[in-house]
Ligand binder design. Structure first.
Ligand SMILES: [Zn+2]
Length: 738
């Protein structure tokens, strides 16, 4: 007679093995046993050919229960331990054979991990247990704060994939992402977070300690760490070391070592030290590099954000030197990327518009266009009010310029990427699966109004939506309001968990003053918008119907965000990047009988579909413009994929179009080429290495927010990268000619 082991192998049944396991349980509990007892238990088992080992374990523990409960428990524990070890071993073997780290990851593939090694394995193997721990913590807190029923609803919502808690596989209780203020660093160095060092005194110690600071902060957060003040502080230390007029001394030899470096070279060396260190995999983050963001500001933004800033020595930041340093850093980084594949920092340029199609600081707008034309890739953030940026630092929620109203949530400048404002971020993100939510609401509408059950996996019939629009929108609003209110409760439970940690001195970065719990948001993510629109039969392109649809969805959530706000909890909504989630949602929804678009294998993270070649570049700017994103109080990012770099004049024209349409956050991607044979890097998309002629090439693009080699993407993301449409300059105004 054979027993089937958990890995599927068959093994001859041997009574001795069962007896040994029982003896082990008796010995572990120091209980008495005899041969007769062992025999009788073994004989009471019902063994058949092909029986599973787990079934034998179940029968043995049942028999032991009636004899000695203590021994039975010991037996069960040991059996489950064996199963756990077995599972771990299988996991390890699968991980070893996986194509790359992201594909080997069972729970949360992350292309920011390029290497596959024992550190990343160690990180991965805990992920399953972490999900259990995180769920348990949340369930307990929701039960105490609200009710047992809501705690069960939380698990139901997660298991039914209507909601998704981000980074649930991460270490329990970690906040999500942060933009820190570096002020405590100026006064106390790293002391507040356990370091021995005192405050930096010169450029050299600033750079060294800054690296430690970012590593240390990163190890306490799941996601990104932004340091918008990095260059402003660096400028401060350069001025301290080399004088207020350092721009006139750039060519002076300032290093007495045999290298005879000029001041400009010393500054470049400092950039190199910081940026190269940041791109090293961090052991304490499971071999992920720190996810580091920096910001650049045009003059009015600089005045808006840092106008009132005073250094501990009583001096103020200086625009002229900072402006030079910002431009120098961008140019240096762009050049450095020709020699090294470097993901971080993710950069954001903040520019102020005149509310129409012009820019207040025209020089910076020109410079921004020039950097894109030179092949640099970075994000741009536009706003028509420097108040909106500075207001977020002071936690005012409404804009000052007369748009203020009681109903809506105004935090248009907030991004959980953490850029473009000092001291903010997101404590936790729970994402609504919009495609499923919309279809649930519409199903309910048809059941309650027509007693009709919609056919699984199919979109609405043509004309159905038009004829029922008002009713359907009413159901969607009601459904989303309830779901958002529930999500807010879950998020506020997480906020309580963080508060408990804080009260017990467990959140060092917060206690040290780098960030304040009340300055961070609790974020409602959204994903699956375009598929939901396609389900209703809407055309995903700039038109009144699609615009109305996005506003119905986002305004509903926005109003809840405002209504549920408390002293401790600010809510916002973000179009989440959904590096993995977009794949999961698509798969889960398809399997559960929901309509999913046949055109792609994952949900779009944009207001359009990245594979769609029927949209012009300007259409995409419109779809991420004010008419569509106005209620999105946490942000979204437009990624314009291009076949080839445009000219400075063309980029400048696109900036104008962005300003005109109120497109507030965007970047351009041209795939960069890396030669696998000789290491040559080109800013262009090539099919042959110009250096050695090899065709063994890899490409760099933004998987979602950050630049990575496509071969480091998870398998589903590699497939999606293949489908992305890259426009050429003919598609700026008009769609691709077919
Ligand atoms: Zn080559």
């Amino acid at each position: 007679m054979d027993v089937r082991k958990s890995d599927g192998r068959l093994e001859e049944y041997t009574p001795e093995k069962i007896k040994e396991a029982i003896i082990e349980a008796y010995s572990a509990t120091s209980e008495e046993y005899n041969e007769f007892l062992l025999d009788s238990i073994e004989k009471s088992l019902y063994i058949y050919d092909g029986i599973l080992t787990s079934e034998i374990d179940r029968q043995v523990s049942e028999a032991l229960m009636s004899v000695n409960k203590k021994v039975a428990r010991a037996y069960i524990e040991k059996a489950s331990q064996n199963r756990g070890n077995k599972k771990d071993t299988d996991f390890i073997n699968n991980y070893i054979s996986a194509q790359n780290a992201a594909t080997g990851s069972k729970y949360d593939a992350n292309a920011n991990v390029s290497m596959k090694n024992i550190v990343t394995l160690g990180q991965e193997i805990d992920k399953g247990a972490n999900i259990d721990r995180n769920r348990y913590m949340m369930k307990s807190k929701i039960k105490v704060k609200f009710s047992k029923k809501l705690a069960e609803q939380y698990i139901y919502d997660l298991e039914h994939h209507i909601l998704y808690r981000h980074d649930e596989s991460g270490k329990p209780g970690y906040p999500y992402c942060v933009a820190i203020t570096m002020y405590p660093f100026l006064t106390d160095g790293l002391k507040g977070i356990g370091g021995p060092s005192k405050a930096p005194t010169d450029l050299r110690s600033f750079c060294g300690e800054f690296i430690n600071l970012v590593y240390s902060v990163s190890s306490s957060f799941m996601g990104a760490v932004a340091t918008p003040e990095f260059l402003m502080y660096m400028d401060y230390f350069i001025r301290k070391d080399y004088g207020e007029d350092y721009l006139t001394k750039l060519n002076d030899v300032v290093e007495l070592s045999r290298k005879h470096r000029t001041l400009e070279q010393v500054i470049e060396n400092s950039f190199q030290q910081v940026v190269h260190s940041m791109n090293m995999p961090a052991g304490n983050r499971g071999y992920q590099t720190v996810f580091w963001n920096v910001g650049y500001f045009d003059k009015p933004y600089f005045e808006g954000v840092f106008g009132n800033f005073v250094f501990p020595d009583g001096t103020k930041p200086v625009w002229e030197t900072l402006s030079w340093l910002q431009q120098k850093f961008m140019q240096w980084f762009n050049k450095e990327r020709e020699s090294y594949v470097m993901t971080f920092p993710v950069e954001t340029m903040a520019l102020l518009t005149d509310g129409k199609d012009g820019f207040i600081d025209k020089d910076y707008a020109d410079f921004t266009a020039k950097m894109w034309a030179e092949g640099h890739s970075f994000f741009c953030y536009l706003s028509d009010s420097p108040d909106s940026l500075s207001s977020c630092c002071r936690l005012r929620n409404s804009l000052k310029d007369g748009q203020e109203d009681d109903e809506h949530n105004h935090t248009t400048h907030q991004f959980s990427m953490g850029t473009a404002s000092v001291a903010t971020g997101s404590k936790c993100v729970i994402t609504i699966n919009l495609n499923r939510a919309v279809q649930d609401a519409v199903r309910k509408y048809y059941e309650e109004n027509y007693s009709v059950t919609l056919e699984p996996g199919m979109p609405l019939y043509e004309g159905d939506f038009e004829a029922n629009k008002e009713g359907i929108y009413e159901y969607i609003r009601k459904y989303l309001t309830e779901l958002t209110e529930r999500t807010h409760k879950y998020l506020s439970a997480f906020n309580d968990i963080l508060k408990d940690f804080f009260m017990n001195n467990m959140l060092t970065i917060y206690s040290a003053g780098f960030i304040d719990l009340r300055k961070q948001y609790l974020t409602v993510g959204v994903n699956g918008l375009t598929d939901a629109a396609e389900f209703l039969g809407l055309d995903v392109r700039p038109n009144d119907e699609y615009e109305e649809f996005t506003n119905v969805i986002l305004e509903t959530i926005n109003i809840c965000n405002k209504k549920d706000r408390t002293r401790d909890c600010m809510f916002n909504t973000e179009f989440v990047p959904a590096e993995n989630l977009a794949v999961k949602h698509h798969k889960w929804d398809k399997a559960d009988g929901y309509f999913v678009s046949q055109k792609h294998k994952l949900y779009s993270s944009y207001f359009y579909n990245p594979e769609d070649d029927s949209l012009s570049v300007i259409d995409k700017f419109k779809l991420h413009g004010k008419n569509y994103v106005k209620y999105l109080d946490g942000g979204s990012a437009l990624h314009v994929n291009l076949k080839e770099h445009l000219t400075q004049a063309q980029y400048r024209q696109l900036l104008k179009i962005a300003a005109e349409n109120g497109t507030n956050y965007f970047t351009f991607n041209v795939k960069n080429t890396v030669c696998n044979k000789c290491g040559y890097i080109s800013k262009h998309t090539l099919d042959k290495c110009p250096h050695c002629g090899s065709t063994d090439l890899d490409y760099l693009t933004r998987i979602i927010g950050y630049l990575k080699r496509i071969k480091d993407f998870s398998k589903p993301r590699q497939d999606e990268a293949e489908d992305r449409f890259y426009a050429d300059e003919k598609c700026l105004n008009t769609p691709m000619q077919k």
